[in-house]
Design a protein around this ligand. Structure first.
Ligand code: PMP
Length: 449
């Protein structure tokens, strides 16, 4: 077999002289909440990053196809973003929104320019969970209704209210979380109980929304919240018709439509800047986080002014939300995405990668389904293509084999049997070819073991 060669990279990592991996692991085990988990049987210590590459403490380089969980949109330590953060931090880091600072309004204005007209007023917070909490709050206040529809297999966050929206038993704790949330079937045709074409599955799933509103709510709802393409759930989505019908039904019953763009926003899906655009719908609210800041802790909700006005009925405050550093970083991220053509790169390199994955599927029976758009791709592994039995241990083994060969992948899905590919949007065609070669070898190895 030919040698495996990672595409060249001129960046040289600094020699690492920090604590050893064992020390880092021991300190973490001793002092950090054990619920904060790591990937890999032997957790990986990463000490430096440059664009699509990461380095461990030994100086070994990895191609990063998970991007800090679909977050590092421009690339690790993108020089422009770093410079802006450094300059703003050295000038004025924090005052809170009780004083004026030019960065807040300037970024909100730049963000509004990426969204359909009317979606132009933003509230910035620190995470995706907070953004979703806030969106649901505004929807309930504006409509005067309480019930919320979310999709099964969704992930909307880990805070108690966002956990109520999340629909994966593995991520839900037995606590009283926000009530009034109803989960409707996920329109993903691969694992649907409904038979027929993806369009037929989508229509049947949309009708479930009408039923749940009729049977489980007072007949009116506050909102539907949905990821256009489910991320943690394993890169699953329905047809455009599904989301269009879902939005219609919810609006017929007095509800607002919230698009959770935490993973799908900021050009990741290639053809569009926002995930909802792919499905031909216009939401009433857009929630965002992750890729908005390239790693800076930042989330937000953008909506119409009349909806945003609901927040003036009481006092609401977020200490760090919209701080000068995060706003400067986010503005730089937006400029980099636009000036460096990252959305177009996601489209072109994503299509190449997806075609390569589909070609692998013809040779590797472990691959049950390849799906997604742009640089948000999923590869579902199954033990048997007829029964679609999830190949969860095999997926973990592919991740391990990838790491050994210098490739970092993600995984997701309710049973952890979907490889999630969500790299920095700057990866090249050569990176994609390297990744495909590694996956080919990893799948061969895992199938043979
Ligand atoms: N929504 C989606 C679609 C997500 O993927 C996530 C995080 N995985 C969240 C919300 C929650 O974001 P955070 O972890 O920043 O709270």
């Amino acid at each position: 077999m030919a040698d495996l060669v990672m595409p060249p990279c001129e960046h040289r990592p600094r020699p690492y002289d920090g604590p050893s991996r064992d020390e880092v692991l021991a300190t973490r085990r001793a002092w950090v909440n054990p619920g904060i988990f790591t990937f890999y049987a032997e957790p990986l210590l990463l000490v430096e990053g440059h664009m699509q590459y990461l380095w461990d403490e030994t100086g070994r380089r990895y191609l990063d196809l998970f991007a800090g969980i679909a977050t590092v949109s421009c690339g690790h330590c993108h020089p422009k973003v770093v410079r802006v953060i450094q300059e703003q931090t050295a000038t004025l880091q924090h005052t809170s929104t009780i004083y004026l600072h030019p960065n807040l309004g300037a970024y909100a204005e730049a963000l509004a320019a990426t969204l359909p007209q009317g979606l132009d007023v933003s509230y910035f917070v620190n995470s995706g969970s907070e953004a979703n909490d806030l969106a649901i709050l505004m929807a309930r206040l504006y409509t005067g209704h309480f019930d919320v529809i979310a999709l099964r297999n969704a992930y909307h966050g880990g805070s108690p209210s966002a956990q109520a929206l999340t629909s994966l038993h593995t991520w839900k704790f037995p606590i009283p979380s926000s009530s009034g949330v109803h989960h409707v079937p996920c329109p993903d045709p691969y694992r649907s109980r409904y038979e027929g074409t993806p369009e037929q599955v989508g229509r049947a799933c949309a009708e479930e929304i009408r039923d749940i509103i009729r049977f489980s709510t007072p007949g009116k709802v506050a909102a539907l919240i949905a990821e256009p393409i489910q991320g943690v759930g394993g890169v699953t989505h329905g047809t455009p018709e599904y989301l269009q019908r879902a939005y219609e039904i919810v609006r017929e019953h007095g509800g607002l439509c919230i698009s959770d763009e935490v993973q799908t926003g900021f050009g990741r899906t290639g053809d569009h800047f926002w995930g909802f655009e792919r499905f031909g719908v216009v939401p009433d609210m857009v929630t965002m986080a992750k890729g908005i800041g390239n790693g800076i802790p930042l989330g937000g909700v953008t909506t119409r002014r009349e909806l945003a006005e609901t927040m003036t009925r009481r006092v609401h405050f977020n200490t760090f939300g919209g701080n000068p550093v995060c706003m400067a970083a986010a503005r730089a991220v937006l400029q980099v995405i636009q000036k460096e053509g990252l959305q177009e790169n996601a489209r072109v390199v994503g299509a190449h990668l997806k075609a390569g994955l589909e070609a692998l599927a013809t040779r590797h029976p472990l691959i049950g389904d390849v799906r997604g758009a742009g640089l948000m791709l999923g590869v579902e592994l199954v033990r048997d293509r007829a029964t679609r039995e999830p190949a969860s241990t095999e997926t973990a083994a592919v991740l391990e084999a990838g790491r050994e060969m210098g490739l970092l992948l993600g995984k997701g899905g309710l049973t952890g049997n979907v490889l999630r590919i969500k790299p920095p949007l700057c990866i090249t065609r050569q990176d994609a070819d390297f990744a495909l070669e590694v996956l080919d070898r990893a799948l061969t190895r895992v199938a043979g073991s």
